[in-house]
Design a protein around this ligand. Structure first.
Ligand SMILES: N[C@H](CCC[C@H](N)C(=O)O)C(=O)O
Length: 278
């Protein structure tokens, strides 16, 4: 009986399992739990609370049973989980993309995401040049790594994009040897920022929010001169609103709300979830 809790960050939802629980096959466990309760991934967190600030090793398993190096919304939820257990509002997260500092202010969590990179070996890309405003799968995309690979396409209206239909061609394009997450972004007609829709690798579908995707959109927007480096940019996926900053040197932060949904579920008595926010 493996216990877990569920959290979401702007509708991107996760089951969190304390790594003290031995799960022999984490991939199979995640595949089953994601299918059973409809979360976007399972975060295994190994808390090291003897350090100051406390740290946790974070490993994300996705619905396809594989891992991803980083997850922006997952990191925000993980930081809150650590803060709730330790009382510390500063948390270090050890991810496969590197160690990240997070600041927890109640439900609001900021993660220092490290430096974004357009470099072909970092994205990674098959070729040895950056992929900037090139047509892939019928869309003009720019590729950037924000902890995981992302393709960003600016469009006039994100609601007009049939994401599940058009994203897979980009997600599987041979220029991305490890695949890519796919983002569609639009200048928000009601605000200063951008609207976001994201198709996630590993979920193999659209999610209500993607933190590394929001950072990717802000990074590409800054590179293309739509926004200033260092300025706080609002990025709004269907599930809520995120704030992103990208400095001149690529260092990025991601801020937004988190929600603790359910505690004390186990794989044997799972929570049946019927949708977000209900
Ligand atoms: N939802 C996550 C991204 C998970 C990464 C994953 N889909 C991949 O790169 O395979 C986020 O908030 O950043």
């Amino acid at each position: 009986m493996i216990p877990y809790e569920t959290y979401h960050g702007t509708g991107n939802d996760f089951a969190i399992v304390d790594a003290e629980n031995h799960v022999p096959d984490r991939g199979a466990f995640a595949e089953q739990l994601c299918a059973d309760i409809g979360v976007d991934g399972v975060l295994f967190l190994a808390l090291e609370d003897k350090y100051s600030p406390p740290r946790a090793v974070m490993t994300l398993f996705q619905p396809d049973g594989g891992t991803a190096e980083m997850c922006g919304n997952g990191a925000r939820c993980a930081a809150r989980w650590v803060a709730e257990r330790t009382g510390s509002d500063e948390v270090m997260l050890d991810t496969q993309a590197g160690t990240r500092r997070a600041l927890v202010d109640g439900e609001e969590v900021t993660v220092e995401m490290g430096a974004v990179s357009f470099h072909p070996t970092r994205v990674p890309l098959a070729g040895d040049t950056e992929l900037v405003e090139e047509v892939v799968g019928g869309y003009e995309v720019t590729a950037v790594n924000t902890g995981v690979p992302h393709a960003v396409a600016f469009v006039d209206d994100v609601d007009a994009v049939d994401v599940e239909e058009v994203a897979p061609a980009i997600r599987h394009d041979e220029r991305f040897p490890e695949g890519t997450n796919v983002n569609f972004a639009e200048v928000d007609p009601d605000g200063e920022g951008f609207r976001q829709r994201t198709f996630e690798r590993g979920v193999e579908g659209e999610t209500d929010s993607c933190g590394t995707g929001a950072v990717a959109i802000a990074a590409v927007a800054a590179r293309q001169g739509h926004v200033e480096h260092g300025e706080s940019v609002t990025v709004s996926p269907p599930g809520g609103s995120l704030s992103v900053t990208v400095e001149e040197d690529g260092e990025a932060t991601l801020t937004g709300p988190t929600a603790h949904e359910y505690a004390d579920a186990t794989e044997e008595t799972p929570i049946r979830r019927i949708g977000h926010g209900d």
